[in-house]
Design a protein around this ligand. Structure first.
Ligand code: ADP
Ligand code: MG
Length: 385
């Protein structure tokens, strides 16, 4: 179902109005400083648009996983300087939403305020309507731009959207739904998905959801090892999920020729002994084949979705497969393919290449749940277009 967007609201719905915006400011911090401001920058189009239209912007986000109440280590106050720099405007900090109403009413048109970490209040993760009422009192309309939190039914993502209308999607959320939605709805074929990472167990629902939609599903990373075992191959001390071998067998048997596994791998006695690495083939095809094999399939594609690294990409030389996939995605994009990357570690693996990819999702867990075909509570709660 298409959701109403910020774009759909008439000027009078914004001018002078207090827009309560749920953003994803869950940024990495070190010694009180933001070490990566990607998520702050990702929210700028929505915030700038609101300010230009004369709205008074009240920002709401969680940060980290504080345990039971407020904790200075997780205070959003720490991000205020970065936010002010990106906006080129002062930001008023609201330490407690319960007493924040006067601050929001005082804000000038185009003014910006930031509420303290929503998870400092225990009601947040319980989707407590009381806390949602407190949040709702800080705005005249609700905008959700936090795709990364949309798979959670929390007070600031779900309950509040029922209490404050209009409740619409911000530009970032809209963009995520558009690109990820297209993968499920109307992908251009050939549609090739690449799945990797550590475990099948965490990705099984995505595999099941994507298999009928894709032309090929390339499996790499440790996940491939469970499939190798299902095929009766030796994988040594590689990460295998013994209780998923049967499942892997079933998938291999039912997927036709769609499931494609690497033909080679980079191996070592252990991560600590990485310097002793060797390239080997899985079924006696010369080394080097794995990478080129996947690459050729990606270059034929018109749509590519990638989640999960092809190896322990944090430790060279086990990053080679992951890098090769990233490069192949960029090449496919140059030939006109739509290229979409989702997942926490996968997104880290393509850092610096974002401009050369069609869409890099800001929502790790949320993007996977979306592609599993699940309804995201934070999206469902918004008004239909
Ligand atoms: P994402 O966050 O993109 O969804 P995952 O969390 O599923 O990806 O997987 C990423 C992790 O998988 C990385 O930490 C990587 O080191 C690990 N991994 C990938 N291949 C292997 C392998 N062959 N052996 C051990 N770990 C692996
Ligand atoms: Mg991960």
């Amino acid at each position: 179902m298409k959701k109403r967007s910020l774009r759909d609201l008439p000027p009078q719905a914004l001018d002078g109005k207090r827009a309560l915006v749920r953003v994803d400011f869950n940024v990495p911090l070190k010694n009180g400083k933001v070490t990566d401001d990607t998520r702050l920058r990702a929210s700028m189009p929505t915030i700038r648009y609101l300010r230009e239209k004369g709205a008074r912007v009240v920002l709401l986000s969680h940060l980290g996983r504080p345990k039971g109440g407020s904790d200075p280590q997780f205070s959003l106050k720490q991000i205020v300087p970065d936010l002010e720099r990106l906006l080129g405007a002062p930001v008023e900090f609201i330490p407690d939403p319960a007493t924040g109403m006067t601050v929001t009413r005082r804000l000038p048109r185009g003014g910006v305020a930031l509420v303290e970490n929503t998870r400092f209040w225990p009601g947040e993760e319980k989707n407590d309507p009381e806390l949602a009422r407190t949040f709702a009192a800080l705005g005249d309309l609700y905008v959700n731009d936090a795709f990364g939190s949309a798979h959670r039914a929390h007070s600031s993502t779900e309950a509040v959207a029922h209490l404050l209308k209009p409740a619409v999607a911000g530009f970032l959320l809209e963009k995520e739904l558009q690109y990820l939605g297209n993968l499920l709805r109307d992908p251009k074929h050939p549609f090739v998905a690449v799945l990797g990472g550590a475990k099948i167990s965490g990705k099984i629902d995505v595999i099941r959801s994507l298999l009928p939609r894709v032309d090929e599903l390339l499996i790499g990373g440790a996940m491939a090892c469970t499939f190798f075992r299902a095929m009766g191959l030796e994988v040594g001390g590689s990460l295998v999920e013994p209780d998923r071998i049967e499942l892997a067998k079933e998938l291999l048997a039912t997927s036709g020729k769609k499931l494609i596994l690497p033909r080679g791998a980079v191996i070592a006695p252990s991560l600590e002994r990485a310097s002793e690495h060797r390239s080997v083939s899985i079924d006696a095809i010369p080394k080097g084949w794995a990478v080129f094999d996947f690459r050729a399939r990606l270059l034929r594609a018109k749509t590519v979705f990638w989640n999960g690294p092809m190896g322990v990409f944090e430790t060279p030389p086990f990053d080679a497969g992951t890098r090769a996939i990233a490069t192949a995605l960029v090449e496919a994009g140059k030939k006109g393919a739509v290229t979409v990357v989702g997942g926490g570690d996968s997104v880290a693996a393509v850092a610096g290449m974002e401009e050369q990819l069609t869409h890099v999702s800001t929502g790790g867990g949320a993007s996977l749940e979306f592609l599993e075909g699940k309804e995201l509570p934070g999206v469902a709660a918004l008004e239909d277009a």
